[in-house]
Write a protein that binds this ligand. Structure first.
Ligand code: DP6
Length: 342
């Protein structure tokens, strides 16, 4: 029997950048994101009944149709994550796993968030024979506990377990962190248009770059500011106030990149296309052609956040001036799904 999870990616409005403790996956600050709809990872898992982990059996893991192994760079994190789950819950069966992203991997769309989200749900559903999210909960795996497990694979994954707008609070110690929905998707139908300047995998992973954040002279100053910025963003979302939310989104994204660029070693995720686009974007907005704002994750691509009518206005301008670049159009979504087939 196959268990199939579809877990969307999320775009951070207030970024998780820097860790207090990397081993415990304890973030330096609280973060806030919008869960996406179509940009998702789909992962299908079954238990291989004749292979047992205790008798040195091994999982079979396929990413986009290609088998990956324990010592592959792409396989290592997945196998380590599965080992952690099997050990903690005494799961014994080896798994066959097929996973695919519905978007390009490793270029500023949080593929690790949807990837570890979908792996966590599908693997635990297969191991516990849970056919729905409700059954997973009955078997002891609530969304909150699954989110905490997924976080160990990739921090931002914990925010993909709810639809709408989600807050991940760092807490007083690593065990007190929690993640929860701040507002449901129906509250405000925002869109995200991802402008793709590069579909190549990034040279430096965000996990590596996170660790350098503390070396930036800007980082500690940023952490002091963030509490009030988070509350201001939350209020702007609550009151569906784009004039307040938009500038906060842009400050936040640029500040995170300033921290990355001023860290030692420095990480530059911007391409010259990213910079050219931002100049154009601000000029067009100042002319009153659309009301949209940008944010950028750990990659060169730009996420344009807007209400649906304004997304159309933005795309009309974009298609005239930037027609050589591809874009992905998405919107706020309602969270993970789990199904099964024979
Ligand atoms: C820039 O969750 O990818 O997207 O926990 O090391 O896997 P790890 O990092 P990851 O970091 C995401 C960073 C970000 C901002 C965000 O999503 O909040």
């Amino acid at each position: 029997m196959w268990f199939e999870a579809k877990v969307p990616s999320n775009i951070a409005f207030l970024k998780y950048w820097g860790k207090r403790d990397a081993a415990l996956q304890w973030p330096a600050n609280d973060s806030l994101s919008m869960t996406l709809d179509g940009l998702a990872t789909v992962t299908k898992v079954k238990v291989l009944s004749d292979h047992n982990l205790k008798s040195k059996g091994e999982h079979k893991f396929f990413f986009a149709g290609e088998e990956k192994y324990r010592d592959d760079p792409e396989g290592a994190k997945v196998f380590k994550f599965l080992d952690g789950l099997a050990q903690r819950f005494d799961f014994r069966g080896c798994l066959e796993i097929h996973t695919k992203n519905q978007f390009p991997t490793g270029c500023g769309i949080a593929s690790s968030a949807s990837g570890f989200g979908a792996l966590t749900i599908a693997a635990i559903a297969a191991w516990t024979k849970s056919e729905s999210l409700a059954e997973l909960e009955q078997n002891g795996f609530s969304l909150s506990s699954l989110a905490q497990l997924a976080r160990m694979g990739s921090g931002s994954a914990c925010r993909s377990f709810w639809g709408g707008y989600v807050r991940w609070e760092a807490g007083e110690n690593a065990d007190l962190q929690r993640c929860q929905q701040a507002l449901p998707s129906e509250h405000w139908a925002l869109t995200d248009t991802v402008v793709l300047f590069s579909e190549a995998k990034k040279a430096r992973s965000s996990s590596q770059a996170h660790l350098d954040a503390w070396s930036s002279p800007l980082f500690k100053v940023r952490l002091v500011e963030l509490r009030s910025r988070l509350e201001a963003m939350h209020q702007a979302l609550e009151s569906r106030d784009m004039d307040r939310l938009g500038p906060l989104l842009e400050t936040e994204a640029l500040e995170m990149h300033a921290v990355m660029m001023s860290a030692r070693p420095a990480t530059y995720f911007f391409d010259h296309e990213t910079a050219d686009f931002l100049v154009w974007f601000r000029e067009q907005r100042a002319k009153g052609l659309f009301k949209a704002y940008f944010t950028i994750d750990a990659g060169p691509n730009v996420h344009v956040i807007a209400e649906p009518g304004e997304q159309q206005a933005f795309l009309r301008c974009f298609s005239k001036d930037f027609s050589k670049y591809r874009y992905l159009s998405d919107c706020v979504g309602s969270g993970p799904q789990l199904g099964f087939s024979n």
